[in-house]
Design a protein around this ligand. Sequence first.
Ligand code: PNS
Length: 166
Amino acid sequence: MDKRSPKLAVYPGSFDPLTNGHVDIIERGARLFDRIIVAILVNGEKDPFFEACERKEIADEVFGGFPNVEVETFDGLLVDYAARKEANVIVRGLRAISDFEYEMQMALMNRRLNRLIETVFMMPDERYTYLSSRLVKEVYALGGSISGLVPEIVESRLASKMPRAD
Ligand code: PNS
């Protein structure tokens, strides 16, 4: 491979919602790669909290000031999407050992499907190693504070979708 070819990475996920752990990985990716596409899976969960277009609006707002970060939605096989974009890297965040098995299965399956695309794992700041979209939704729904765990726009979107008494 031409060593000077621009490195385009895809960072896929459900992002329902985007957390500061995701933001941390995207910022790291934006420093490491020439371009990084945040690829939001459209039909992942049966009953997503935010529709894919809302998740895209949120990420567009958060990364509007990053010239080499793009946000798209995708459907179907991730490797097919990455190949269409001519991306040679898939970025995934690894928070803890508990992520490893699922991530290894996905990385190896994706490699089997397309040998030209490498999965690169990145570790978020240790402040975010326990953070997940699922926990954010649960804590918010039960009245807990999610301040500092998600971008402000996520807090305000959650508040307008699921108003709380506090
Ligand atoms: O971080 P998430 O939300 O668990 O992301 C999972 C995601 C979107 C990366 C994964 O479900 C995916 O790639 N889905 C697309 C369909 C696909 O390619 N499946 C085979 C993966 S080996």
